[in-house]
Design a protein around this ligand. Structure first.
Ligand SMILES: Cc1cc2nc3c(=O)[nH]c(=O)nc-3n(C[C@H](O)[C@H](O)[C@H](O)COP(=O)(O)OP(=O)(O)OC[C@H]3O[C@@H](n4cnc5c(N)ncnc54)[C@H](O)[C@@H]3O)c2cc1C
Length: 406
């Protein structure tokens, strides 16, 4: 007998992945409860969403409210700033080379979550429960979660969208492989003198990438970008103590004054760099989506885009009328997601390590790779397509055309 507090699906975690999953599943006709507390406080972090993610948001009817806060990414530029003997001139990739107007759109993470939460509140079939899950219990026919205020809810499927330290993942008995890098990412929102012209520039330094990503202008601040700057943790501690003007001067020097005079818009944030791979993507009526299942450094803007592909595939794996938490659903989801997740995790890790490693053969290989990307057109197109949407089966909600045309 299923009690009144039961739904088909419980999604735990009100980050971008959990909110999108909850909205998509409710739109698919499932009764859904989303449990979490959205973190919409100011932090200087943005996410670049690529073509497939934009199609998903468009198909769920979520994109129009986001557009005013989007900034287009039409060109991606890589500048080798490692000081390597194998110097390679800057390489540029243009979205038009693969038939797109733009690769994607960049948005402040807190604005994305705020808009998604507003949409979630309007979605029929979706109930939002503000709270934190402290326990999950799994039975043959259902699973149950307990909240910090004593409430409890049951469902046939739990979607773990509760981020890297996922409680649901641990409760389902899923282990992780964890590793760390000798790097910290400093993030900041900046206004600058010169326009970005919809170009994202990634300087590859020996301590990791220093990346400007376009943001939309604001009144009095027509030129804005976000910055992700990976550096040695000791340098991060030193830069934490600099005042805004001193830090801005270091950013100007590091970027060779590309965008002219820089000014910090608000607080800076620091993220220690690590990686995480769940050994299973589903178990005990629980499916992992987003950072609950995978994590790696912010290189090439892959993290949330991968998480949104989890969401779109999850929706495809469920069939109305069937038990959404049944073992065959969990197996279908795992089969749909494991290659993409493994490939991204491996690729980002490899790229990061080649930057950190200064030995000559590795430098030579990286230099040759960049030269090949600059000069071999089919390879360029392949890499660009893989960056925005991997080969293999494209989930239904990422298939329609037109999300990123202007
Ligand atoms: C500096 C930086 C730059 C990045 N840039 C990009 C980019 O350009 N493009 C891109 O695709 N990705 C980027 N990423 C990665 C991206 O930000 C993450 O992949 C994404 O935010 C993960 O979303 P999520 O919803 O899975 O997890 P989270 O955002 O971590 O959300 C998890 C949610 O679950 C909640 N929660 C946790 N435990 C519980 C519990 N027990 N009960 C209830 N709720 C709980 C948390 O409060 C939180 O709201 C970047 C990451 C960093 C650090």
């Amino acid at each position: 007998m299923i009690e009144k507090t039961s739904s088909d699906i419980i999604v735990v975690g009100a980050g971008a992945a959990g909110l999108t999953a909850a909205i998509g599943l409710a739109q698919g006709g499932w009764s859904v409860r989303l449990i979490g507390r959205p973190d919409t406080g100011v932090n200087a972090r943005t996410v670049a969403l690529f073509d497939g993610s934009l199609r998903l948001l468009e198909n769920l009817g979520l994109i129009e409210s986001l557009r005013p806060d989007f900034a287009a990414l039409a060109t991606m530029r890589i500048v080798d700033d490692t000081g390597s003997l194998f110097f390679v001139p800057p390489v540029e990739f243009h979205a038009t080379e693969i038939g797109l107007d733009v690769f994607g759109e960049n948005i402040e993470n807190r604005l994305l979550v705020t808009h998604l939460m507003a949409a979630a509140r309007q979605t029929p079939g979706l109930e939002i429960v503000e709270g934190i899950v402290t326990h999950a219990i799994h039975e043959k026919e259902k699973a149950e979660v307990l909240l910090d205020d004593g409430r409890h809810f049951a469902a046939r499927l739990l979607v773990a969208a509760d981020g890297r330290k996922s409680l649901l993942r641990k409760a389902a008995g899923i282990a992780t492989r964890d590793w760390s890098y000798p790097q910290t990412a400093l993030t900041a929102l900046l206004s600058h003198a010169r326009p970005h012209r919809e170009v994202s520039t990634e300087f590859h330094t020996r301590q990791g990438p220093f990346t400007f990503v376009p943001l939309p202008g604001k009144p009095g601040m027509p030129n804005r970008s976000s910055l992700v700057w990976m550096m040695d943790p000791q340098e991060a501690r030193r830069r934490e103590r600099l005042d805004d003007a001193q830090l801005a001067r270091e950013m100007e020097r590091q970027s060779h004054h590309l965008l002219g005079h820089l000014q910090l818009e608000g607080p800076r944030s620091f993220f220690p760099m690590s990686g995480l791979a769940a050994t299973q993507l589903a178990a005990r009526r629980t499916i992992l989506v987003g950072d609950a299942g995978h994590g790696f450094p912010p290189i090439g803007a892959q993290g949330l885009n991968l998480g949104l592909r989890d969401v779109a595939h999850l929706i495809d794996c469920l069939v109305q009328g069937d038990d959404p938490g049944a073992d065959d659903v969990l197996a279908r989801y795992t089969a749909a997601r494991q290659t993409d997740i493994r490939t991204r995790t491996f690729g980002v890790d490899l790229l990061n390590r080649t930057l950190l490693n200064g030995i000559l053969p590795v430098d030579a290989a990286r230099g040759l790779g960049l030269m090949a990307l600059a000069n071999i057109r089919p390879l360029r197109r392949f890499v660009m397509r893989e960056g925005v949407m991997p080969r293999g089966s494209v989930p239904r909600l990422m298939q329609a055309q037109g999300a990123n045309s202007r």
